[in-house]
Ligand binder design. Structure first.
Ligand code: AHM
Ligand code: MG
Length: 327
């Protein structure tokens, strides 16, 4: 597999060097972000060709109708494990597609732990709708053992988070404390260019994003919260978390995937969906809660555990939680 070297992303690399490496806790973080950018540029090409590959089915790797979905999930997982491992800065990786911990290295320079959903919104791959990749980034302390426990740090210890949306453009959002920056992949130069500096969620909430088809399954108080949102905001739901969140970050909005009596923890995963997007939302002035607590304060017990997720404009998230928690 050909990897795009960090030097092919000079604007991103230079930006990272200036903005993120000044803080000593960010030592080497620019290499981790550049590795995510490299993997994203590679996967973007495969995403653009996904429907074609599915229809033609000429490659041995995608020779059965429908296997493209599985193929892209695996290709994205492999690509990001590869680029992150090559960054020389990552100690361990947790991944939606991989049951256990990918231990990369325990040298003094391996000072980051990355958790990722390499291809979010898989059900939208074969219908040409926006999908994405999500990353939470934690610091490994000096000398800290690298093992399964490395993946069980709470979200409030994240040092950075990022996501990529493969949509009408390919956009990468990167957040560190108090800073959320957006980059767009230039299809000509294959460079990520800073296009959305210093993002903040707009104060005005324009829309809510939720699977309304689940309404009848919800408990009474959650139904009340949905009804309240219906009366005030437009419904916009892509069905790819990363795309729904991206729209709400830029335009103002709230995303909900609550639990229900049958599935109290909902559908979405704490470590590589809720925590990274929760971190980004908070740095952009928003909020992220399960039904009962701040997402980032949940102490993880399992790398693949699920959580209800209510995410976006701070005030609207708080109002929604208050309705859900009213007995
Ligand atoms: P995935 O990680 O397998 O793609 O699943 C997660 C996706 C999210 O992107 C999205 O918010 C949610 O599942 C949609 O679920 P539903 O189809 O139940 O509305
Ligand atoms: Mg996902």
């Amino acid at each position: 597999m050909t990897l795009i070297k960090p030097s092919k992303n000079p604007i991103l690399s230079n930006y990272a060097a200036d903005a993120w490496s000044a803080d000593s806790r960010h030592d080497g973080l620019d290499s981790v972000i550049a590795a995510i950018a490299d993997g994203a540029a590679l996967i973007e090409e495969k995403v653009r060709a996904a429907t074609l590959a599915d229809a033609i089915g000429t490659s041995d790797e995608v020779n059965v109708q429908g296997e493209i979905v599985q193929y892209l999930d695996t290709a994205a997982s492999d690509a990001f494990v590869d680029t992150l491992s090559r960054s020389g800065r990552v100690a361990a990786i947790g991944c939606e597609e991989i049951e256990g911990t990918v231990v990369v290295g325990d040298g003094p320079q391996h000072n980051y732990i990355v958790q990722m959903d390499p291809l979010d919104g898989s059900s939208n791959i074969d219908v040409a709708v926006s999908i994405g990749s999500i990353f939470g980034i934690w610091r490994r302390e000096d000398g800290e053992a690298v093992n399964d426990a490395s993946l069980l740090k709470p979200g409030n210890q994240q040092i950075a988070a990022a996501y990529v949306v493969y949509g009408s453009s390919t956009v990468m959002i990167v957040a560190v404390e108090n800073s959320v920056q957006g980059f767009t992949l230039d299809p000509e130069t294959r460079q990520f260019v800073l296009t959305h500096p210093d993002l903040r969620i707009p104060e005005k909430c324009s829309c809510y994003s939720a699977n309304e088809g689940n309404f009848d399954k919800l408990d009474d108080s959650t139904q009340k919260a949905f009804i309240e949102l219906r009366g005030k905001y437009s419904l916009r739901y892509v069905g790819s978390l990363v795309a729904d969140f991206h729209r709400n970050l830029l335009k103002g909005g709230i995303f909900l995937y609550p639990g229900d009596p049958k599935s109290p923890n909902g559908k979405l995963r704490l470590m590589y969906e809720a925590n990274p997007l929760g971190f980004i939302a908070e740095q952009a002035g928003g909020a992220a809660y399960s039904d009962s607590q701040r997402i980032m304060d949940i102490q993880p017990e399992h790398p693949h555990q699920r959580t209800p997720l209510i995410l976006g404009n701070r005030d609207v998230v708080k109002q929604t939680i208050a309705i859900i928690n009213k007995a």
